[in-house]
Design a protein around this ligand. Structure first.
Ligand code: CO
Ligand code: CO
Length: 329
């Protein structure tokens, strides 16, 4: 579902508020956050989608890394996970086994436990997880809190929407987009650990609404604007050439339209970079704001860890909430 439709739907729902509930549906927080005790919050999230790669094992890996990411985006530690499965009974159960093993591998890598799940018969396979994690309240990273002057950091390259669209259309093989698949399989665990000890002021992860949509939510929630340095944004090289050939997923246009009134590109902006900015991601990186004095150290720690492509991509400004001034140079 596109961000516009989701907004419309959520605005009609009764709002849930509770003194112990630290997240709200309208606030676009990545996960539900509930304070159990003064020193403990519980974080709960759910994510699933149809296959985006051919190999069932890799699909399981990616779906699980993607679902775990919302816990990491909040600075949490995943504890238990439940499988969510839709699967056609005509297809061999060996395929489903591979998907589940793929999910299991990532949950195990996250030092969490798969504790059950639910399966239904469905024409198109779907897989994902519901994950429960915990955090100390003072280590929580929230989508709100970015301050003018903070540096904006992105930990993974963009382009997975374009690349998996090309894979589905038969224009690329899994081997040819291996770089992007590896990135989607990578947990945001280490990046989360580093950011959380770098004085992070706000954090979310980049998934279906693209960098544009998730940036917009973070800026709105924080009541700030931003200047984005388009040429600094890490991207998969191959996604640039495929975008040039017009290999653009439908979600990219939905994200572009959703952000249109907040997006202010300079006149000489490169259209292809703008496409990447709106490209829907799967298991994308963390998008975080941190005080300028901590940015350099945080970036070098991220690069030495497992986020070699992490970059500073802009700066938070005082201004109309959500406004994104895009600079090409
Ligand atoms: Co998220
Ligand atoms: Co999510």
């Amino acid at each position: 579902m596109g961000p516009c439709d989701l907004d419309e739907l959520l605005s009609r729902m009764p709002q849930t508020a509770h003194p112990m509930l630290l997240s709200s549906m309208s606030g676009k927080e990545d996960a539900a956050i509930y304070k159990l005790r003064d020193d403990l919050v519980i974080i709960q999230t759910l994510d699933f989608f149809p296959p985006i790669v051919d190999s069932p094992r890799l699909y399981g890996n990616i779906a699980a890394a993607n679902a775990l990411s919302d816990i990491y985006a909040k600075g949490g530690r995943p504890l238990i996970a439940l499988n969510i499965v839709a699967f056609p009974c005509e297809i061999s159960l060996d395929i489903l086994f591979e998907i589940l093993i793929g999910g299991y591998e990532k949950v195990k890598e996250a030092d969490a436990l798969i504790v059950g799940g639910h399966t239904i018969d469905d024409e198109v396979p779907k897989y994902g997880l519901s994950v429960t994690g915990i955090s100390r309240p003072d280590e929580l990273m929230k989508i709100e809190g970015a301050k003018p002057g903070d540096i904006i950091i992105l930990t993974k390259p963009l382009g997975t929407g374009i690349l998996t669209t090309a894979l589905k259309a038969g224009f690329q093989t899994e081997d040819e987009i291996k770089e992007a698949i590896d990135s989607m399989c990578r947990l945001n665990r280490n990046a989360s650990e580093i950011l959380k000890t770098s004085g992070v002021t706000a954090c979310t992860d980049v998934t279906g609404f693209g960098l544009s949509g998730h940036m917009l939510e973070l800026l709105k929630a924080s009541n700030v604007s931003a200047e984005i340095w388009l040429k600094e944004i890490p991207v998969f090289e191959k996604a640039l050439s495929l975008a040039e050939e017009g290999m653009l997923p439908a979600g990219l246009f939905r994200n572009r339209d959703y952000c249109a009134e907040f997006t202010h590109p300079e006149e000489e902006i490169d259209q292809i970079l703008l496409d990447l900015f709106n490209d829907p991601q799967t298991s994308g990186g963390l998008l975080a704001t941190i005080p300028e004095e901590n940015a350099e150290t945080a970036l070098s720690r991220l690069k030495e860890s497992d986020s070699p492509e992490a970059k500073a991509i802009g700066i938070v400004l005082d201004g109309p909430p959500g406004k994104m001034h895009l600079k090409g140079g």
